[in-house]
Design a protein around this ligand. Sequence first.
Ligand code: ADP
Ligand code: ZN
Length: 220
Amino acid sequence: MRIVLLGPPGAGKGTQAQRLAERLNLAHISTGDILRQNVKDQTSLGKEAKDFMEQGLLVPDSLMARMLLDRLAQPDIKRGFILDGYPRNLAQAETLELLLKEKGIGIDEVIYLDSSDSVIIQRLSGRLACSNCGANFHIKNMPPKAAGICDKCAGKLYQRTDDKEETVMKRLQVYKQEAVDLIKYYQEKKKLSRLDADIDPDVVLNEIIALTKKHDSFKV
Ligand code: ADP
Ligand code: ZN
């Protein structure tokens, strides 16, 4: 099964994708995580992407396409995947379709996690990310068992530089500019399901799982 998660920053794409990947044994492809790893490792991709990310802007489509091509060449995607953070605009959606078509596959389900601005800002301002495995926590809503330490891998937790208030506002603005067209694109393909993502993440996860059930006949 191949799933795309859409939605604003802070809607819970990363959190849900991670849980869903574990539950359904799918690969989790987070373009944000891959970019952050590249920045950390100071690769040429990381160097090119860093400034855009820090300003809350989209990394250029051509760079993203190269990155996606590499990721889709890895063997773990054969069992199916969840795409989290890609596509972010119409051009990226078209690139994705093309790359998958070349492999003779397509997307089964696009899930749009819809969240209100006030919830987004509250979630991002308290978010903590693991510097090692990328897992997300929240100071109040989802605190780690031990302060500053990842429950999963004991890595150090940090606040992402792009979670500063002014960058959050910029990311939201960029998202809103691109989202309408993207949502329309998948609506027209009759692939889009919208879920309210302001509610309890456990409830959202169950709703996503319910949506994936209609694809039980697909081989994973
Ligand atoms: P969020 O969805 O919470 O904004 P991500 O971790 O998905 O966070 O992305 C962080 C940053 O990485 C984005 O603000 C952007 O600069 C860059 N990025 C991630 N995915 C893409 C993409 N598909 N296209 C362009 N830039 C991207
Ligand atoms: Zn971790």
